[in-house]
Every structure is written in C-alpha cells, then in structure tokens.
Design a binder for this molecule. Sequence first.
Ligand code: ATP
Ligand code: MG
Ligand code: FE
Length: 355
Amino acid sequence: PLILGIETSCDETGIGIVRGTQLLANEVASSMDLHVRFGGVIPEIAARAHLEAFTPTLRRALETAGVQLKDVDAIAVTAGPGLAGALMVGLSAAKGLALATGKPLYGINHLVAHVAVGLLDRADTTGPALAPNTAALLVSGGHTEILRVGSLTDDVQLLGSTIDDAAGEAYDKTARLLGLGYPGGPAIDRAARGGDPAAFRFPRGLTMPKFEGTAEAPGKHRHNWSFSGLKTAVARAAEQFQAQGLEIPVADIAASFQEAVVDVLTAKAVRACQEHRLTNLLLGGGVAANSRLRELLAQRCAQAGIELTVPPIPLCTDNGAMVAALGAQLVAAGVPASSLAIPADSSLPVHRISV
Ligand code: ATP
Ligand code: MG
Ligand code: FE
C-alpha cells in the first residue's frame, strides 16, 4: 500500500511516504533552532511551528515521491505519546486530509513507529516480514524500553524500561551540564570522539545483585535501567575539577559518560533477549543514531548470536517515514482504520500500537 505518514509529536514536522516497506520520501522541518536558547523544547513554540511547516513539508514530500494525495491508500498520523499541543496539530491536519480525500485514517503509536522504521528498505534477506522471536530496543528522548515484538500490528509487550530518565534525556542533561548545548546527544557523540572512555568509571545503574537477581530468580529490576545516578556522578566529577580551579576535561567526561550509558544499555538488552529466547533485535529511537551504541550493540549481538537491525541514522530521530512505515504494516495486516474522532494521547503506552 501507498501510505502518507505525519509526525508532529515534538519539534520535528515530518512527512513521509512509503510503498509497503519501500521509502519514497521523508521530509523533515525542525523547529529546533527556535528552542536552542531555552535549552529544551517549548511546547507552544513547537505547536505553532508545526502549523507553519505542515503544508510546505507535505508539498515537498509529495513532489519527492512523485505521487499525488489522491494516489495514497491511507493516511497515518502520530496520535501519541508526545506534547499534546504538538500532536494536535498533526492529528487535526491528518483528519482534515482524510475527510477531504475520503482516505482512511490510522492514528498510530510514535514509539512503535520508531521500531517499525527498521523494516524500510532492508538490504538483508529477512525481507519485510518480522522474524519470529523479535525484540526491540527503543532508546529515545523520552523513552528507554526493551520490548518483545510478536507482531508490529497487534503484539508489542514491555519487558523492561528505565525507572527514571530516558537515555536521550541523560544525554541532553549531561550535555547541558558540560556546556555542550542542545540537543545533547549529537554534541556528546562528537565530543566523546576526542576523549578517553576509561578516564572515569561512571555508575551502571541497577546492575547490583539485589536489583538483578539471577536468570532463575530474576530481581525486580533485572531488565530495567536507571540513568539519574549517572547524571549526578558526572556533575560531581565536573565540580571536583572546578573546585580545584582546573579546567573540566570535557572530552574525557563525555566519552566516559557515553561508555557508561552504552555499556549498560547493550548489556541488559542482550541479556533480556537471551533470557526471553529472542534471536532478532530491532534498534530504534533518536539515541539509535549514537555511533558508540551502534558499534557496541553490533559487537555484543554478534557474540550472542542475535540478528541486529539498525535503521539508517537519518531515520532514527523523529520523522514521517517511520509513521508511514507502521501505517503500511497496519493496512497490510487488515487492521481497521481509526475513527475521525480519535484524541491525541500524550502518554499513550507502547502496547497500544494504533488507536
Ligand atoms: P520519544 O520518541 O521518546 O517521544 P523524542 O521523540 O523527543 O522522544 P527522539 O527524536 O526519538 O526523541 O530522539 C531525540 C533524542 O535522541 C534526544 O534526546 C537526542 O539527544 C538523542 N540523540 C540524537 N542523536 C544522538 C546521538 N548521536 N547520540 C546520542 N543521542 C542522540
Ligand atoms: Mg526532536
Ligand atoms: Fe521520538
């Protein structure tokens, strides 16, 4: 099916067009520049920017794909989770388009879309179909979750998650603390290249035996993460240099911070796969763009005999193609379309794939 995907859950206005699992267009307009001086996304500014960017972005996507609105089989739109006001702009626009064209509307889950994007244009032999025994590691600005994915259209189950900050949030907060600016993920990724990842031994949260237990008797937090202690440890380290009148070794701290995040993310994800007998892993979310995460996860999956799928870097952060990708799966599976009355749900849980 030919699917138009619309994403406005945060500060990216994304319009994507796919045919099945083939990517035809992915146009993204970001209002990031407007938020930089505040050090984070301001919801009202983001919503207004979506309103202004929507039509030109849609036009560009249709042009790039070489299709017209009347050609599409369905319109997919992020219904949640995300910023309520931002979500509402995309959802209203999608409803308007659906009403005007008579095309079915699919309100979809942004988190599952981050995972579904991994199926686009796959070069491997697995093809578009989801292999049995598939897991997904979702690492984004607001979420950090390990999932069992029985089916991308009707069976996504949460196996573990962060109990405090998301991985992306830890990157953003740590970058701010180190004066590296916003967004923090790409800034730390870059700064870390010139640093020593072993310079500081920062904590790996929830890895003590009392939290993890054993495979036979798992502790409550065996498959969970915590990143708030890490942020505090970085702050302490920086303060110690400052207190002595020394320059803060930003590159070494960035590299050591990144190593701590990526080490515990990959170790727990791979172990969760092994203990749940999941032999395929899809990586998704903005932090999936991280160079060290991509490297270490590939290494550890190879060692464990887990088949890893990683999206191209531009498809990791928010975009419309991921929404279209999930929409195409729902249409192909014969899932009924959404009502035109669906609301935006800012805290939609990951197991609710479509609304
Ligand atoms: P969610 O998907 O949970 O609703 P979101 O949509 O705001 O949150 P994404 O767009 O998926 O988040 O990801 C943005 C996050 O990814 C930010 O926290 C950003 O710092 C992080 N990020 C982007 N690139 C990198 C990178 N190269 N290394 C680490 N983190 C990165
Ligand atoms: Mg963003
Ligand atoms: Fe996202």
